[in-house]
Design a protein around this ligand. Structure first.
Ligand SMILES: Cc1ncc(COP(=O)(O)O)c(C=O)c1O
Length: 375
């Protein structure tokens, strides 16, 4: 029996419950997946699993755990060769693996800007970037989502070393940043651009290389963050950039320095993933077809506004927390898993269904889902 008084915890939880915002851990694995980040179906791919098994047998790692942080005992020739392979694939000078995308963003954003510098981010940036920025002593500015004029306004008043942080594909709205224009503005104001490619990796570009590279902007970006837990079907992240950036992060990114490195099993999964996802052309084609079908059908028939999105993340605006929750419940009862995103996570009136499309979803499933939404 725990003796400490936990009333203060229960009070806060009760407040959440009363606001209809209580979070609970759930397992919805039995439902048709219109929710996960497994855009290419890699996490459930037999070919991927077999490739990992094959590599595990080939390398037969001597240890299960990495035994320490990268700077102490957890660094191996294999890790650095893998980072170099990733860098070559993405047209970068170097790569540095982090334990997760969250860790990568925390490390990059918290370490780069110092007192007297300025960190400017899009207002819809992911929580991992918000948390990283919060840890800096730099001046922090936000610009209106994808709004170049507002970004320029912020650049004009920025001081010291200036950093601009954006996502290439936004995790809530599924829309895309005007990267070329943002890069030009950064050039003009001598600012350093950082791009989180979490939701573009594996999905955008002829080989799934992401949007920075497919738009030929790799030399205009200080750092790119690619994560492996979404379309790449495993876990972890790589930060791509110059040799100086890699050396800097090895020295100053606390989420890199003060944590045990990933086990070999995870690294092997990453290597297998990089061998497989560039070849998944059919999966990417099917996925972009589903995206087109969803956008076109919803525009013609929807009771609800659908956000314009060329990515697997689709937002259907269902104003009001109660209404959005009720509709997601109805969808679940029909056997599909779709997440309702409520305020204050999104502004009141912008509550929505966040639908993720995948290469393993069929047109029939999509059709059924659209019908339920539009009843
Ligand atoms: C845009 C973005 N960046 C970073 C992350 C964090 O990545 P990871 O899940 O690998 O920690 C996420 C995932 O939730 C994300 O959506």
């Amino acid at each position: 029996m725990i003796k400490t008084n936990t009333d203060f915890l229960n009070e806060r939880l009760e407040e959440r419950r009363e606001n209809g915002l209580m979070r609970n851990l759930v397992d919805k694995g039995h439902l048709v997946d219109f929710c996960s980040n497994d855009y290419l179906g890699m996490a459930q791919s037999e070919a991927f699993k077999q490739l990992i098994d094959q590599k595990l047998a080939q390398y037969s790692p001597a240890r299960v755990g990495a035994t320490g942080s990268r700077l102490i005992s957890g660094n191996f020739a294999y890790t650095e060769e893998l980072e170099q392979k990733m860098a070559v694939f993405h047209g970068a000078e170097t790569g540095l693996i982090f334990n997760s995308g969250y860790d990568a963003n925390l490390g990059v954003f918290a370490s780069l800007a110092r007192r007297g510098d300025t960190m400017i981010t899009d207002e819809l940036i992911h929580a991992s970037i918000i948390d990283g920025v919060r840890l800096t002593h730099a001046k922090r500015l936000r610009f209106r989502h994808n709004n170049l004029a507002d970004l320029e306004k912020k650049l004009r008043v920025a001081e010291g070393n200036i950093f601009v942080g954006v996502e290439s594909v936004y995790s809530m709205d599924g829309d895309i940043a005007p990267l070329a224009e943002i890069a030009d503005l950064c050039d003009q104001y001598n600012a350093h651009l950082i791009v989180d490619e979490a939701h573009a990796t594996g999905v955008f570009g002829a080989q799934g290389e992401g949007l920075v590279q497919s738009e030929g902007l790799q030399n205009k970006v200080l750092a790119r963050i690619h994560t492996f837990g979404k379309a790449l079907g495993s876990h972890g992240a790589v930060v791509l950039g110059s040799k100086a950036l890699r050396d800097y992060l090895v020295n100053f990114a606390r989420s890199f320095v003060y944590t045990t490195a990933l086990p070999m099993h995870s690294l092997i999964a990453m290597e297998a993933s990089y061998e497989l996802f560039p070849t998944l052309h059919q999966a990417r084609t099917h996925l972009s077809n589903l995206i087109r079908v969803f956008q076109n059908t919803m525009r013609k028939t929807a009771h609800y506004e659908v956000l314009p999105s060329p990515s697997p993340i689709q937002g259907v605006i269902v104003p009001g927390n109660a209404k959005a929750k009720a509709l997601s419940q109805q969808i679940e009862e029909a056997g599909f898993y779709v997440k309702a995103i409520l305020s204050p996570t999104v502004p009141a009136g912008q509550e929505r269904l966040r639908i993720c499309l995948h290469a393993f979803n069929t047109e029939t499933e999509l059709d059924q889902l659209i019908k339920i939404i539009n009843v």
